[in-house]
Design a protein around this ligand. Structure first.
Ligand SMILES: Cc1cc2nc3c(=O)[nH]c(=O)nc-3n(C[C@H](O)[C@H](O)[C@H](O)COP(=O)(O)OP(=O)(O)OC[C@H]3O[C@@H](n4cnc5c(N)ncnc54)[C@H](O)[C@@H]3O)c2cc1C
Length: 455
């Protein structure tokens, strides 16, 4: 009698190395790797356009890696539990293995899948299983610093598992959709040229990014806030899609010794965000400080469009928003400046910014995006105060953004380092400021004071 195969259900864990679901399934017998394009379970949280672009190439890369190991990737579309139950029936699979995910819709899907097939869930996309790091009295942390102290005390993570050399194939392969039929790539227009130039989705691309970063890891603390230099790792989309595990990055960086603590702390923020959405699943839609539901946000579609298009008249904000549009990524310091500008200078609800990032970032991540937007807005469990208003014209020279602005705002490229941050004469084609900084600051503080007095 042939041995029953196991299914490996893939989502944001598109890798072979340090992938506990593959390790467990391979040890048990024949393996059927499956990616289910499930747009129904997440509903309005279905993947954004930039994420779909990334997904296409990441799946192609994983399929090639599987084929080199005697296997292949099966593609199916529909509700996760319906598709997996059907596939288990078709193939006689006894068990489905997956890594655990913490987005509210994935938790629902895991529950539903577990009701129709035998589901084994494994840990591996975070430094520690979300929910496992608790206070002395066993409650989850809400604030980052004590969370990180407690998490760090449990480190290092277990040594990464190596990729299986061969994956035992089932007696017969079930049918698969073709990747092209999913239409994940933009066609009319094709806006992904800048993304193709910047990124190599897939496990090999992730390993290359890590290798390129490691020699620079010790300088991370000094350079991470400078958008014009390669100071940070740019691993975020690879981490989001699970093309590399955080444990792999931890061990590789820690081996370098020296001052990699700040960098490892950023991986800690990624874990923290998952702990937040585990406690507050609707964190992307609801301010944690509930009183902010009545905050008098302005309805300003023109301001929102100018921000989205990088036409606010503030060079550092415009550079960031154009970097995002072109490459699907934005430097963290500039994300903070651009988010603060939308929320405080334009007084536009942070949720409009969260949605735009969700659609345009290649690293769009439910937990990390929501936690950082609520941090910027001052509405979160652990966040900046609303009344702390970032000054883009001061931040720009402080973090040496001149060369960065030259790259992304060509209308200003001829200006020297002293004038480019805040041009006194606007070159043709570059818009005037939507609002002056002092005026915006006064307006935001007044709106806050009035609302706070009523509340
Ligand atoms: C308004 C706003 C929205 C954001 N939205 C996202 C998002 O959707 N997805 C996302 O991955 N990050 C988000 N971030 C966090 C951060 O900007 C990116 O993770 C970082 O810029 C990625 O670049 P890197 O890989 O070079 O990071 P590095 O500095 O090299 O850090 C290493 C890794 O740590 C993690 N990390 C770093 N900073 C943070 C942080 N503040 N919060 C959570 N994880 C972090 C990322 O996985 C990152 O790849 C957001 C930040 C802001 C201010």
């Amino acid at each position: 009698m042939t041995q029953a195969p196991s299914i490996v259900w893939l989502r944001r864990d598109l890798r072979l190395a340090d992938q506990a679901a593959f390790a467990a399934a391979t040890a048990a017998g024949p393996v059927i790797p499956v990616y289910v394009l499930d747009d129904e379970t997440p509903r309005h949280r279905r993947m954004g356009a930039a994420s779909r672009w990334w997904l296409h190439y990441s799946l192609a890369s994983l399929d090639a890696d599987l084929r080199a190991r005697g296997s292949r990737l099966i593609l199916r579309r529909g509700r996760s539990e319906t598709v997996l139950a059907e596939l288990a029936r078709e193939t006689g699979a006894a068990t489905v293995h997956c890594l655990r995910h913490y987005e509210p819709w994935w938790r629902n899907a895991e529950r539903a899948v577990g009701e129709v097939v035998t589901l084994e869930r494994h840990h591996g996309n975070f430094l520690a299983p979300p929910g496992s790091v608790t206070t002395g009295s066993g409650s989850p942390y809400k604030i980052f610093t004590p969370f990180w102290r407690a998490l760090e005390a449990t480190m290092p993570p277990a040594a990464p598992l190596s990729a299986p050399e061969r994956l035992p194939a089932p007696g017969a392969w079930p049918a698969s959709d073709t990747l092209d039929a999913w239409n994940l790539l933009p066609t009319k227009p094709d806006w992904a040229g800048g993304m193709r130039a910047e990124w190599t989705p897939g496990e090999a691309g992730a390993a290359e990014r890590l290798d390129a970063f490691l020699p620079r890891a010790r300088a991370y603390g000094e350079r991470r806030n400078l958008p014009a230099v390669p100071g940070t790792s740019r691993l975020s989309p690879h981490l989001h899609f699970g093309e590399i595990s955080p444990a792999t990055i931890w061990h590789a960086a820690a081996e370098r010794g020296g001052t990699v603590g700040t960098f490892l702390g950023e991986l800690g923020w990624r874990d923290y965000a998952q702990n937040v959405i585990l406690q507050m699943p609707d964190y992307a839609g609801k301010p944690a400080r509930e009183a902010f539901e009545s905050f008098p946000w302005r309805d300003d579609p023109q301001g929102l469009a100018a921000w989205q298009q990088g036409r606010t008249g503030y060079p550092i904000v415009d550079a960031g928003m154009r970097e995002l549009w072109s490459t699907g990524w934005m430097h963290n310091r500039v994300r903070m400046i651009a988010a603060s500008f939308l929320i405080k200078h334009l007084l536009i609800d942070w949720r409009a910014g969260e949605q735009w990032f969700w659609d345009t970032l290649v690293d769009a991540d439910y937990g990390s995006n929501a936690v950082n937007w609520q941090w910027s807005a001052g509405t979160g469990v652990d966040s900046n105060m609303f009344v702390r208003i970032m000054a883009p014209l001061t931040q720009s020279p402080k973090f040496d953004a001149a060369a960065y602005i030259r790259t992304w705002v060509p209308e200003l490229a001829h200006l020297d380092d002293t004038r480019i941050h805040d041009p006194d004469v606007r070159p043709r084609g570059y818009p005037p400021r939507l609002i002056g900084h002092a005026e915006a600051r006064t307006r935001a503080l007044a709106a806050y004071a009035q609302w706070n007095a009523k509340d």
